[in-house]
Design a protein around this ligand. Structure first.
Ligand SMILES: C[S@@+](CC[C@H](N)C(=O)[O-])C[C@H]1O[C@@H](n2cnc3c(N)ncnc32)[C@H](O)[C@@H]1O
Length: 289
């Protein structure tokens, strides 16, 4: 599915992309970042990009790099999103090219909103939850949201986003997602909605290795144990290493009794008409909704 995120999220715009980079507007600031899936030729010239942008990120290795400011801008700033409820997120120029917001999550916020009447007083679990945009959005509708990420600094940012957005029903957990799920099975926990955004490769609090290709199936088998009889599952897969066939097979084996409302690769369209790949979006439900 191809989508121009700006139509759903007015504060964010993919202005142009191509030749391995993207030009994006996050609120008041425009950034140039590497984007491996930007395979077209950019429609605007690099000089035009640089005249619009406030900062550009340069990679020094696969995961790290540095920002070069092209115009005056702060290192952190806020962005808000409003759709029935308002969330306020702090973004930052981080050393890993990310800003603290994956704007394509707006598709999940919309799904949560569409199903919000079923979340009343119920529990939501967000695994690999990053800075918590989706936890904060869900907290507006759920009884309680449990937010799990293995990095303390990232969970601290979630706490800030929750405070600024005026929600106080999030449980902040710094833990390895795989271990947390196993502990919750022992505790016989059940959730009405589980959200997960597992990276291709990750690391737990005690250096536990997360390798999506090898570990996704086992994690999903465990996640299934934690879902209410009537429940929702939201999953993003950005990894370019997992094949479509493999993903469908795992999913169909484990969640055959769920209705797939969305199971598709999402491509973000820029204002100039080029595309980047946002990976798979899976949104499904089980029960009489
Ligand atoms: C792709 S990001 C999630 C983005 C998030 N869904 C959003 O849009 O805001 C993946 C997150 O998983 C976390 N992570 C990596 N390995 C982990 C592990 N073993 N257990 C828990 N979290 C982990 C990382 O710290 C990172 O915040």
């Amino acid at each position: 599915m191809k989508i121009e995120l700006n139509s759903l999220f007015p504060q964010y715009k993919l202005i142009d992309c191509g030749s391995g980079k993207k030009l994006e507007q996050f609120g008041n600031y425009v950034l140039i970042r590497p984007e491996i899936t930007a395979k077209d030729h950019a429609k605007l010239s690099y000089e035009e990009w640089q005249s619009i942008a406030h900062a550009e990120f340069f990679e020094t290795d696969k995961t790290l790099g540095y920002w070069q400011k092209l115009k005056e801008m702060p290192d952190t700033w806020q962005m808000s999103y409003y759709n029935s409820v308002k969330i306020i997120l702090t973004l930052a120029l981080t050393g890993s090219k990310h800003t603290g917001l994956f704007p394509e999550q707006v598709l999940n916020w919309n799904f949560i909103l569409e199903n919000s009447k079923y979340l009343n007083n119920s529990e939501v679990l967000n695994l690999f939850g990053y800075t918590g945009s989706t936890s904060v959005f869900a907290a507006n509708f759920a009884g309680k949201v449990t937010h799990v990420d293995s990095v303390q600094k990232i969970v601290d940012r979630t706490r800030l986003n929750a405070q600024d957005s005026g929600v106080s029903n999030i449980r902040f957990i710094v833990d390895d997602a795989v271990k947390f799920v196993k502990k919750d099975i022992k505790r016989q926990k059940k959730y009405k909605m589980i959200i997960l955004d597992p990276p291709a490769i990750g690391i737990g609090v005690k250096n536990e290795k997360w390798i999506l290709n090898d570990m996704l199936e086992d994690l999903l088998l465990d996640v299934r144990e934690l879902l209410d009889e009537e429940s929702f599952l939201i999953m993003n897969i950005y990894s370019h290493e997992i094949s479509d066939k493999h993903l469908y097979k795992i999913f169909d084996n484990i969640f055959s009794d769920f209705d797939k409302l969305l199971f598709d690769k999402i491509y973000g369209k820029s204002s100039t008409g080029n595309f980047i790949d946002h990976g798979y979006f899976i949104q499904c439900k089980r029960g009489r909704y």
